[in-house]
Design a binder for this molecule. Structure first.
Ligand SMILES: NC(=O)c1ccc[n+]([C@@H]2O[C@H](COP(=O)([O-])OP(=O)(O)OC[C@H]3O[C@@H](n4cnc5c(N)ncnc54)[C@H](OP(=O)(O)O)[C@@H]3O)[C@@H](O)[C@H]2O)c1
Length: 270
């Protein structure tokens, strides 16, 4: 499978590194970007640095679109010579299938994905949705490519990608906010900043590892560490009484609504 990347930024870099680490031959990968210096690091890996987007996609089985939302329409409408069998994988946030279809030849197989920032460290979570033109083997190709930067999950309705955006796409920031405030709280309780940060980081890491065990859900884990009348219960009671569960639902709903608005703002004008 030969793979062309349009856009040689952070996400493309992580995907290319992940693919090479998981056994893809660098010569099977081509990458295009208007800034020549962006391409040098890829050439050094043995990846083919294409002179233009058109030449990158020429012999590709799969084209990964990894540019910013603002330039997506221009990039796709200027691509010439796309063949009907070439799979387009868009990782562009906020550009829906309606727009991608408007900018691409009719009946082009398209997979739309929503990765998240931990993909930059190979620990991402990506939601994927395919249009009707995508074959089983092309879905397998998309799974393979996005698995290079973490876990993947397919959704059966495109609207569910807005929920994925709200949950895992924006999710890292929710945990960062909690961590940020735990660090501040530790300092308010008298710990120095460095120690407060270390305690928070390692606690988040350990809790995430425990929560990855699929045999015990997070609610049970929470109950297991909450002794009646103890310190954890004192903190959790306050969070629950202050309405944290409802706030989380409202926050994710706000993110989902914003994802829908962005699709209109950045999308094809029809
Ligand atoms: N980073 C994340 O955590 C994350 C998470 C989810 C989704 N995404 C999506 O992934 C996409 C890429 O994100 P990123 O963080 O990798 O962005 P990025 O680092 O800005 O990469 C985009 C690259 O595309 C290049 N580019 C601009 N115009 C182009 C053109 N006409 N043809 C070819 N390449 C062009 C840019 O070059 P210049 O720098 O010269 O403009 C840049 O190197 C975005 O749509 C974003 O929404 C990213």
């Amino acid at each position: 499978m030969s793979i062309a990347f349009i856009g040689a930024g952070n996400m493309a870099g992580s995907l290319i590194n992940g693919l090479i680490e998981s056994g893809t031959a660098p010569r099977e990968i081509a990458v295009a970007d208007p800034v020549a210096t962006q391409l040098e690091k890829f050439s050094a890996l043995g990846v083919s640095a294409a002179a233009s987007n058109d030449s990158a996609v020429e012999d590709a089985d799969v084209v990964v679109l990894a540019v910013k939302p603002q330039v997506t329409g221009q990039v796709l409408t200027q691509l010439s010579g796309l063949k009907p069998h070439q799979l387009i994988i868009s990782i562009v946030a906020g550009i829906d299938l309606r727009s991608l279809k408007a900018w691409l030849p009719e009946k082009q197989p398209i997979v739309r994905c929503m990765p998240n920032t931990p993909a930059l460290l190979g620990a991402g979570m990506t939601g994927l949705f395919a249009n009707k033109q995508v074959s089983h083997s092309q879905k397998d190709s998309a799974t393979h490519i996005l698995s290079a930067v973490g876990e993947v999950a397919w959704v059966t309705k495109e609207t569910h990608l807005d929920a994925v955006t709200a949950l895992s796409g924006s999710g890292p920031a929710y945990f960062f906010l909690l961590m940020e405030n735990m660090i501040l709280a530790g300092q308010k309780l008298g710990l120095d900043a460095e120690l407060s940060k270390k305690l928070t980081q390692q606690t988040a890491f350990g809790a995430a590892l425990m929560a990855q065990n699929n045999d015990i859900d997070p609610g049970t884990l929470r109950k297991n560490v909450t002794s009646p009348g103890g310190t954890t219960e004192a903190a959790l009671n306050l969070m629950l009484n202050e309405g944290l569960p409802a706030t989380v639902i409202e926050a994710l709903t706000a993110a989902e609504n914003r994802a829908k608005e962005l699709a209109v703002e950045f999308g094809a004008k029809s």
